[in-house]
Design a protein around this ligand. Structure first.
Ligand SMILES: Cc1cc2nc3c(=O)[nH]c(=O)nc-3n(C[C@H](O)[C@H](O)[C@H](O)COP(=O)(O)OP(=O)(O)OC[C@H]3O[C@@H](n4cnc5c(N)ncnc54)[C@H](O)[C@@H]3O)c2cc1C
Length: 368
């Protein structure tokens, strides 16, 4: 039983059918590939090019697809509980349900901010904004909270899209710390130049304390006017795995051992952003979700056939490519090596398209 159509499960299924009867449960038929999401917003890709059609993928490998959200686990009776009240029996359960920005840590954020995930919700609001912007009487004030990789890529993508359409806007990027923490100085310098190029105001060391319909407030009640707020910071897991008795971290991530099995229930596996491989920490990055796919696939089959399981080891360094609005990207590997250029955007484009080519060609486009 696969709950969630994130990167790990999608990739696992792209490698062919599993030996036992398999079901994939996901609240949405189309799941986004986050590597291309900033490119969708910037206008480099159609939304269709950056989404995986889970129903078509399941059909290709003989897996039953159920378009529903999972809401709980009856671990004693081994049933996955669905939003519509159904209870699906399982022998082995694997969770790949992602994580969401932490909206509840700042008062007002849940009411007034738009979270970058779920992506379908964000893309719908973005399309609506694009449609209504030309009618705005004054330049829109748009803020992004979170200057990690996702937030920085998104503010640049938004700036690029609005500049292409000649729509007036004032853009700000807020960070409780600095720009792109953990990235090499060369990447930060290049991305800072990109922010300057688009006239985006960067507010570092500015932890947002509360949010209203018209303002963000920093420390000492410093107000920042804002009409459209995108929330790209923090990450928390869903509550229901912990409520079902699985061992989870304070942020709700399922604690797994190096076989990707829950540390307190070996019939349950977890991978991608929703998992916390012990002893942790592992960054919330799609790269890890992708690298876990072959190990998870092997281990689900091995557990089903009562054979030895493999051990997943997080790689210490990986290639990180960040897009910067226009067709320009920075790249880094570890804390030292970094580069930037238009050629790197084309490298990233090739990698992303190669990833998407593993999945069935989309026939029905996603809504946004
Ligand atoms: C703007 C942006 C850009 C990024 N760019 C990169 C990048 O370039 N490289 C990189 O390595 N990382 C990147 N990331 C991080 C990356 O998005 C995540 O690490 C990655 O998506 C994690 O994949 P996942 O498999 O955990 O699940 P996700 O891709 O998050 O998917 C989770 C799936 O689970 C489904 N689901 C949710 N709840 C339920 C439920 N209750 N029941 C059933 N299904 C459920 C969702 O519908 C979704 O399909 C980026 C993130 C953002 C926000």
């Amino acid at each position: 039983m696969l709950a969630g159509g994130g990167h790990t499960h999608a990739l696992l299924l792209s490698q062919g059918p599993l030996p036992g009867p398999t079901t994939l449960v996901s609240p949405a038929r189309f799941t986004p590939y986050s590597g291309m999401l900033p490119g969708v917003v910037a206008g480099h890709y159609h939304s269709r090019e950056a989404h995986i059609d889970l129903a078509a993928l399941c059909q290709r490998c003989g897996v039953t697809f159920i378009e529903q959200a999972a809401t709980g686990i009856d671990r004693t009776g081994r049933h996955l509980l669905l939003d519509d009240g159904r209870r699906l029996p399982y022998h082995l359960l694997s969770l790949d349900i992602g994580a969401q920005p932490a909206l509840d840590t700042v008062p007002g954020a849940r009411e007034h901010a738009i979270a970058v995930k779920p992506v379908s919700g964000f893309l719908a609001r973005w399309q609506h904004l694009l449609a209504t912007l030309p009618r705005q009487p004054r330049p829109l004030r748009l803020a992004v909270v979170g200057a990690g990789a996702g937030g920085t890529e998104m503010v640049l993508a938004i700036a690029h899209a609005l500049r292409q359409q000649r729509l007036p806007v004032q853009l700000s990027l807020f960070s409780a710390g600095g720009l792109l923490p953990g990235y090499p100085a060369g990447v930060r310098r290049r991305m800072q130049r990109a922010l300057d190029h688009y006239g985006i105001a960067l507010h570092t060391s500015t932890p947002i304390q509360r949010v209203t319909a018209s303002h963000l407030y920093g420390e000492h009640e410093q107000p920042y006017p804002c009409d459209f707020l995108l929330w790209c910071t923090g990450a928390v897991g869903a509550a229901w795995p912990g409520d079902s008795g699985l061992s989870v971290t304070d942020a709700g991530f399922v604690r797994v051992q190096d076989t990707l099995q829950s540390i307190n229930d070996h019939a349950v596996f977890a991978a991608g952003d929703c998992a916390w491989p012990e002893p942790g920490p592992v960054p919330r990055a799609g790269v890890y979700a992708v690298r876990q796919a072959p190990v998870l696939r092997h281990n689900l089959i091995a557990a089903w056939q009562d054979r030895p399981l493999q051990h997943w080891r997080p790689q210490q360094r990986f290639l990180s490519l960040l897009s910067a609005g226009e067709r320009y990207a920075t790249g880094s590997r570890g804390r030292r090596l970094s580069a930037g250029g238009r050629w790197l955007w084309h490298v990233k484009d090739r990698i992303d398209r190669r990833f998407m080519a593993r999945f069935p060609v989309m026939t029905t486009p996603p809504a946004a």
